[in-house]
Ligand binder design. Structure first.
Ligand code: SF4
Length: 491
């Protein structure tokens, strides 16, 4: 898992989604399976979590709250969420603030009752919202995800799939989405495939029953005993219903633009994406980084845990020993207690403490996966020097981040990025390292065996794959008509 979110100033993961359809399958509790799937996807969002369930042809019930999955759901809550189909969501806010109203799944009851969970960001949210407000469609949240929910819930088509097929081409941006009504779960992905979405199956060899599910990442399947089948294709609409699994293409032939940062940072290392294991790809990034930027050194250390896989690959390629230069406090998540003036300068030691016995007198290669603002890297370098390191050679397994993301990842503003408008040597001097090198974009694509024209790398290159992205204004917050609910039900 990429834990850099809480460790330093990394980009923020955005959201994780899950959906399952299992009516009448003995022993399958859809809410419990959704809970565990969300637990596996927790790295994709820590601000809120929610689960919507429904008995087949019954009412949708939804519980969502701010907090981690383990804080939002108790045994008691899970037992109350009885049903045959379910969807779930973990969230880190992209559009809209992190208020309760923006927690998902979003439940709407317009022409059709549905619950929706979305990972991504629309770049034409303003126009769509204006159109819906013009039709007097009310909004409860300030998130762009409710635009998708409102378009589908108010659509006149007889079936949800038909509504999705007609709405999907009107949405621009990133959307890996799971929707449920009283009798089906429908998952769809934007035509560019910006954010991940995978299909899995739980098979019972004795009965031959197969239960299908969808998730942002395959690590969710591992935890609930499901098998990864394949990725949902860009522009594909997948339906899970009483007749099994169906698929149709609603928008084929778009420019493929899978987020290359998922490989580098966001996704859990034990997930499969495009059929490849993230941990293996990240180790390869370290190998290639060494090939591109070798240095005379004694020891390789990682910034835990975000640099672990690349450090292993780099050490292997370099033929250098690797050791734990830092001990990480794994229980620092989000502290609301400020350390105070006296402790502030030691603040980072809450998270990392260097081991002098490992680093003293050594020429170190220090590996991490990315630098965004660069707030904490100078402190990390200073801590290593205090601990006696002789030289510090920083190796970053991604290119310099210079541009914001408009497709669902919070990257900070351009001006806050340490590499924006600076040479590598200027960044090195600010950080205080003896040398600094980043993996090249070509190196990234070699490591993931991918073609550049099928990916998005805009935060490195500034080449946004969707026309008009930069004029879209990035983050967007809707005007809201407040309507607080703790649990909601629609029939
Ligand atoms: S801009 Fe960067 S983070 Fe955003 S989708 Fe593209 S590669 Fe991913």
């Amino acid at each position: 898992m990429s834990t850099a979110l809480h460790d330093r100033d990394g980009p923020r993961d955005e959201c994780g989604v899950f959906g399952i359809f299992a009516p009448g399958v003995p022993g399958v509790e859809v809410a419990r399976l959704t809970y565990f799937a969300l637990y596996a996807l927790q790295h994709r969002g820590q601000e809120s979590a929610g689960i919507a369930v429904a008995p087949l042809h019954g009412s949708i019930w939804c519980t969502r709250e701010q907090g981690l999955v383990s804080q939002v759901f108790s045994e008691h809550t899970l037992r109350s969420l009885v049903g045959d189909l379910a969807i779930g969501h973990v969230r880190y806010s992209t559009t809209g603030s992190s208020e309760w109203e923006n927690a998902q799944p979003i439940v709407r009851d317009d022409r059709r009752a549905l619950a929706l969970a979305h990972n991504g960001n629309l770049i034409n949210a303003v126009e769509l919202h204006r159109e819906l407000r013009g039709r007097h469609v009310p909004f409860r949240s300030t998130s762009d995800s409710e635009i998708i929910a409102a378009l589908l819930a108010t659509h006149p088509a007889d079936s949800l799939e038909q509504a999705v097929a007609e709405v999907l081409p009107r949405l621009r941006g990133a959307f890996s989405t799971v929707v449920m009504t009283e009798d089906r779960v429908v998952a769809f992905r934007d035509p560019h495939g910006l954010r991940p979405l995978a299909l899995g199956v739980i098979e019972d060899p004795e009965t031959g029953v197969a239960v299908h599910c969808v998730a942002s990442e395959s690590c969710a399947f591992d935890l609930i005993g499901a098998r990864y089948l394949r990725d949902v294709e860009p522009g594909e609409v997948v339906t899970l219903d009483a007749d099994g699994l169906h698929s149709r293409m609603a928008a084929a032939g778009g420019r493929r633009a899978f987020c290359v940062f998922e490989y580098i940072y966001f996704a859990r290392p034990d997930s499969l994406m495009n059929g490849q294991r993230l941990q293996v790809m990240r180790a390869r990034m370290g190998e290639i980084l060494w090939r591109e930027a070798p240095v005379d050194a004694d020891l390789v250390i990682a910034i835990p845990d975000s640099g672990n896989a690349a450090a292993r690959g780099l050490a292997r390629a370099a033929g250098l020993p690797q050791d734990d230069g830092f001990i990480k406090n794994r229980y620092v998540a989000r502290t609301f207690i400020q350390p105070g003036q006296q402790l502030r300068r030691h603040g980072l030691r809450l998270k990392f403490n260097p081991l002098p016995e490992v680093v003293a007198g050594k020429r170190l290669v220090v590996v991490d996966d990315s630098i965004v603002r660069g707030n904490t890297m100078p402190q990390i370098v200073a801590m290593l020097r205090d601990a006696g390191a002789a030289e510090i050679h920083l190796r970053i397994s991604s290119p310099p981040i210079k541009h914001p993301c408009h497709y669902g990842i919070d990257m900070s503003a351009r001006e806050e990025m340490i590499a924006h408008g600076r040479s590598v040597d200027e960044v090195r001097r600010l950080i205080g390292a003896d040398s600094l090198a980043y993996l090249s974009l070509d190196g990234v694509y070699e490591a993931v065996s991918g073609r550049r024209e099928r990916h998005c790398d805009a935060c490195f290159s500034g080449d946004y794959p969707l026309a008009g992205t930069e004029g879209s204004g990035g983050k967007f917050a809707l005007e809201r008509a407040p309507l607080p609910l703790v649990s909601s039900a629609v029939s």
